[in-house]
Design a protein around this ligand. Structure first.
Ligand code: GTP
Length: 368
């Protein structure tokens, strides 16, 4: 797993952004802070985790028979991969959205158990590339598949298995080093037991049809938390023996700026349609603790940009009299507050990077 460049960083603002301050800066100031801000990592552990990344084993007392490794979920757009990742890790790490193909980044979630550490990687969906962004995302997917120990193939019960699923599995079957495969019949809450049964039979028949082997076939609903624990058991059982790869108090190695950017993008995606979801990216321009705050009442200033591809899209994001952008800001601010454990002052600009999905310079700047 290679560490990708951090897309965030101060000083990236340019152009003539729209600047709408969405905050009532004092709204949160008097609330008691109940979150513990100390993440428990000492400097050495932090350096190890940040510098050496996944390759580094962290020195702990490792019980006999400990297993660790990487798993990822694949499946057609909207198959429920991100939702399942979140259900397993138990904290919101990957954004979920009803829009297909909104997962763009690789995000690792780390599940720690006494006997094992499971590192989950969330990938973009594989699709026919129409832009440079599409090509780069596909490369990222193949790279991820080649590096994991187990792939959970998500086949939603409420949709027939079709050419898209078969294409995906053929691609996996052709990998030079094929990870172990587990079939996951997702979204069981949406269909009858009879339909689940038929779906499982169809999944089983794919072994022969495509020349692959399922190590397990598990029906699961991430939404109602039905059988999520069984999915974890099956994935863990397929990991190689080895020490933990990350400190055991770390849920994800995503930089906090990236997580906040994703929260803003998720809020911005709510209620937009057609091509717009794919045109939205978010940059954190700057994030710094407010200076004049008492030590026991810290506050974070976050300056972010929502990037779109065309002027007309800017208007949609901002909405009538800025109402839509205000709502995006409010939603994202509350979630960022929860994530950081302190009040957040969030200022969002909307700016246009014309056709950024096709422009190498913009893509580099956005971290793709
Ligand atoms: N009823 C039901 N809905 C689910 C379940 N899992 C996911 N969903 C919904 O399905 C939609 C897509 O879920 P995601 O987890 O974003 O799907 P994804 O496979 O990561 O999608 P992409 O990012 O497009 O690849 C969302 O509206 C989820 O709420 C489930 O177990 N049951």
């Amino acid at each position: 797993m290679s560490d990708r460049p951090d897309p965030q960083g101060p000083g990236t603002r340019d152009g003539e952004p729209d600047d709408i301050d969405l905050n009532d800066p004092d709204a949160d100031l008097d609330e008691d802070l109940d979150a513990d801000l100390d993440d428990g990592l000492d400097e050495d552990e932090r350096a190890l985790a940040a510098g050496a990344g996944a390759a580094a084993a962290v020195a702990y007392d490792i019980p006999e028979g400990f297993h660790s490794g990487f798993a990822c979920f694949v499946g057609r757009p909207n198959a429920g991969k991100s939702t399942l990742t979140n259900a397993i890790v138990g904290e919101k790490i990957a954004i979920t959205s009803s829009k297909p193909q909104t997962t763009r980044r690789i995000i690792r979630g780390v599940l720690n158990r006494p006997d094992a550490q499971l590192v989950l990687v969330d990938t973009p969906g594989l699709h026919r590339p129409r832009t440079l962004l599409g090509e780069r995302l596909n490369d990222l997917v193949y790279e991820t598949w080649a590096g994991v120990d187990v792939i959970g193939v998500c086949l939603p019960c409420n949709q027939r298995i079709g050419p898209g699923d078969e294409f995906l599995l053929k691609e996996i079957a052709e990998l030079p080093r094929r990870p172990k495969l587990v079939a996951l019949a997702t979204k069981t809450d949406l269909v009858s037991r009879e339909r689940i049964g038929q779906h499982l039979l169809k999944i089983a028949s794919m072994e022969e049809q495509l020349g692959l082997t399922w190590e397990a076939i598990v029906p699961v609903s991430a939404l109602t938390d039905d059988q999520v624990d069984i999915v974890v058991d099956e994935l863990v059982a397929l990991l190689p023996a080895g020490p933990p790869l990350f400190p055991d108090d770390e849920v994800t190695d995503e930089p906090v700026e990236t997580r906040i950017a994703e929260l803003i993008r998720e809020a911005a995606l709510e209620g937009v349609s057609d091509e717009l979801p794919h045109s939205i990216a978010v940059i954190i321009d700057e994030m710094r603790p407010r200076e004049d705050r008492p030590a026991d009442k810290p506050m974070m200033d976050v300056f972010a940009s929502i990037v779109v591809e065309r002027e007309s899209q800017k208007g949609i994001i901002i909405g009538h009299r800025g109402e839509r952008l205000k709502e995006v800001g409010r939603t994202a601010r509350l979630q960022a507050k929860q994530l950081l454990g302190m009040p957040v002052h969030l200022a969002i600009h909307v700016k246009v990077m014309p056709d950024w999905q096709r422009d190498a310079k913009y893509l580099n700047r956005l971290g793709f």
